[in-house]
Write a protein that binds this ligand. Structure first.
Ligand SMILES: *[C@@H]1O[C@H](CO)[C@@H](O)[C@H](O)[C@H]1NC(C)=O
Ligand SMILES: *[C@@H]1O[C@H](CO)[C@@H](O)[C@H](O)[C@H]1NC(C)=O
Length: 135
């Protein structure tokens, strides 16, 4: 049993991050503009060099998720433009291999972003959030 655990640990450390499918989440946690939540308050446009994910209009509470893999050269980069209807606009990197391949392995291989009143917050464990991109 111990031998098996040690072997499993050794093998899991060998697994290359190139095999990992990362999940990138972006949630609209801006304040509600109307109680009915009938207006999308966030416009989000994400793209990589090869993939244009298109522009989307997000209501409060909406979560937009896509998957990404790290390329062989480890240059994978998805950047986004976020525009809040209150006139705020911010460009941010939602996934960049050099910064995220390790830190986003902690929780279901997820990079989580929460768009809020004062900026765009990151979490890699869905518990502690840091404002990495103030508006
Ligand atoms: C993070 O936690 C919230 C609240 O518990 C939950 O709704 C959400 O699905 C979680 N996100 C992920 C990516 O697991
Ligand atoms: C979440 O991550 C933060 C920052 O790395 C850490 O301080 C905190 O203890 C973690 N929380 C949990 C529940 O793992």
């Amino acid at each position: 049993m111990l031998a098996f655990s040690l072997l499993a640990m050794a093998v899991s450390e060998e697994i290359d991050t190139l095999l990992i499918t990362y999940h990138i989440h972006i949630t609209n946690n801006l304040p509600l503009e109307s109680p009915a939540n009938d207006v999308p308050t966030l416009r989000l446009h994400c793209r990589s060099k090869d993939d244009d994910l298109g522009e989307r209009a997000m209501f409060v509470g909406d979560d937009y998720t896509w998957n990404a893999k790290v390329n062989v050269l480890r240059t994978t980069l998805f950047s986004c433009n976020a525009q809040w209807t209150k006139g705020k606009q911010r460009h941010f990197d939602a996934f960049t291999a050099s910064r995220d391949e390790e830190r986003c392995q902690k929780y279901h291989n997820s990079c989580m972003w929460s768009v809020r009143r004062d900026g765009i917050y990151f979490s890699n464990n869905n518990s502690t959030w840091i404002n990495e991109y103030p508006w």
